[in-house]
Ligand binder design. Structure first.
Ligand code: HAM
Length: 441
């Protein structure tokens, strides 16, 4: 390969390479918890008739700048963007970006494949997203989202407050199903484009005399996109932000009604809501309903998920009118909230098969194949191990049984099976092994 001189490697001291800052390896037993979470959410999505979509991990940069908004932190500071080095003339210099979120990609795919024609209007996804944020507990540069989007023509009822309530009820069900307690649903309506124009004007006016005392970002936002002032984390700016007008005073009648109806349905199905008229969300595509679920045990990064309605997004991306609502759960944060259970869901081997002496690897392999066909988790030892070592390995792995495979056992067609929890040891005929191990559960 040009530019890489293999011999130069020999001169260099060997330095240990580590995962890039903000990225991490997910290791067992935690990966079992991730699988548990993903299996449970797939079940819930199934019950609500959502279907899975997988969009590319990178897209054209303008997809995100148009959908999420130039002035948002995500687009202005956090995206991993590069100019493609392809030789194809038509693609030269194309600006590409690792997806920082998945709503834009899903809506792009919805438009590109005319999914409304196929009646596909409830889609979910599970996958990595990328944002160059300052890493801390619960905040990573590669993180995972479990998300869903429900969108379609207004004639199909996609604007209805019943859809908002259905999404929020789904989320309450999901968190309950996973055993997550103590979550709070923070709910707001940020109105439609009309309301927002009025609200932005009011914010601009209110910011005029105070902007000079605020951080550089806020000074810029006060002019370009005043709503984004609410994303500010600078402590000194917070008293000023606290005094700014609230969106709730600017909702028109249809938006106010929509918001009320969402709450009425949630009330009817028993989902508790905390109305928070300071919640505006950090992405520009939202209209009307905006929400976050927070969880006390997560510390500073306490938003376990966020979402809302995005009625104009499809048009913004060149598509037809397709009002929609969706959410994304931070899977890393969900797993953090569940972490205490990590050991409990890590499956342990049912049986450790210990071949004893030359030629026994073969026999052990045959037995492992038979037992695994019965859905048992079998871990294979090695014929070079002494019996003592096999016992040590089996107990380190947490195996429930150890099965001894020596020449005598093979000849007799019966094997020593020891229950490592109770210490009981029995001789079991080959045909009976699976049943005996299963019965020992
Ligand atoms: P978001 O609020 O930017 O919304 O992200 C959703 C969730 O992803 C957050 O609540 C958080 O749990 C998780 N998250 C975000 N950034 C990080 C990070 N750096 N490390 C770990 N977790 C993180 C969206 O992305 C929207 N697309 C949600 C949506 C879907 N709205 C409508 N449909």
């Amino acid at each position: 390969m040009p530019g890489i001189d293999a011999s130069a490697n020999d001169q260099r001291p060997t330095t240990m390479l580590k995962a890039v800052r903000g990225t991490r390896d997910l290791l067992p037993p935690e990966t079992a918890l991730w699988n548990f979470v993903e299996a449970a959410v797939r079940d819930v999505f199934r019950a609500y008739n959502f279907h899975e979509i997988r969009t590319p991990i990178f897209e054209e940069t303008q997809l995100f700048s148009r959908a999420v908004g130039e002035e948002t932190d995500v687009v202005s500071k956090e995206m991993y963007t590069w100019e493609d080095r392809t030789r194809a003339e038509s693609e030269k210099g194309q600006s590409l970006t690792l997806r920082p979120e998945n709503t834009a990609g899903v809506v792009r795919a919805y438009i590109e494949h005319k999914l409304w024609d196929r009646g596909l209007n409830k889609l979910y996804y599970i996958g990595p997203q990328f944002r160059r944020e300052r890493p801390q507990k619960g905040r990573y540069r590669q993180f995972y989202q479990i998300g869903a989007e429900m969108l379609g023509p207004a004639t199909a009822g996609s604007e209805s407050p019943a859809r908002d309530a259905e999404i929020l009820e789904l989320l309450a069900t999901l968190l309950d199903r996973l055993g997550i307690e103590n979550w709070t649903l923070e709910l707001n309506s940020i109105g439609c484009a009309n309301d927002r124009a009025k609200y932005n004007e009011a914010l601009r006016k209110a910011l005029e005399p105070v902007a000079a005392k605020m951080c550089a970002d806020c000074q810029r936002r006060a002019v370009t996109n005043p709503l984004r002032v609410f994303d500010c984390k600078v402590p000194e700016d917070q008293p000023i932000i606290e005094e700014l007008p609230r969106i709730s005073q600017y909702l028109d009648e249809p938006c106010r009604k929509h918001f009320e109806q969402v709450q009425e349905i949630l009330n009817a199905v028993g989902v508790a809501v905390h109305v928070n008229d300071r919640l505006v969300r950090g992405l520009d595509y939202y209209t009307r309903t905006a929400f976050e679920f927070t969880h006390g045990a997560l510390g500073a990064q306490n938003a376990i998920l966020g979402g809302g309605r995005y009625d104009g997004l499809s048009e913004m991306l060149g598509g037809p009118s397709a009002p929609g609502i969706g959410f994304a759960i931070g899977e890393d944060r969900l797993v953090l909230a569940l972490k205490e259970n990590a050991e409990a869901v890590q499956p342990k081997p049912d049986v450790y098969i210990a071949p004893l002496g030359a030629g026994m690897d073969r026999e052990a392999a045959r037995l492992a194949r038979e037992l695994r066909r019965h859905d048992l988790i079998a871990e294979l030892g090695d014929e070079t191990f002494r019996l003592k070592k096999s016992f040590e390995v089996a107990s380190k792995l947490g195996a429930r049984f150890i099965l001894i495979v020596g020449e005598n056992e093979v000849k007799a067609g019966a094997f020593a099976l020891k229950n490592l929890e109770s210490g009981e040891q029995v001789s079991v005929a080959r045909a009976e092994l699976a049943r005996k191990i299963q019965a020992g559960h």
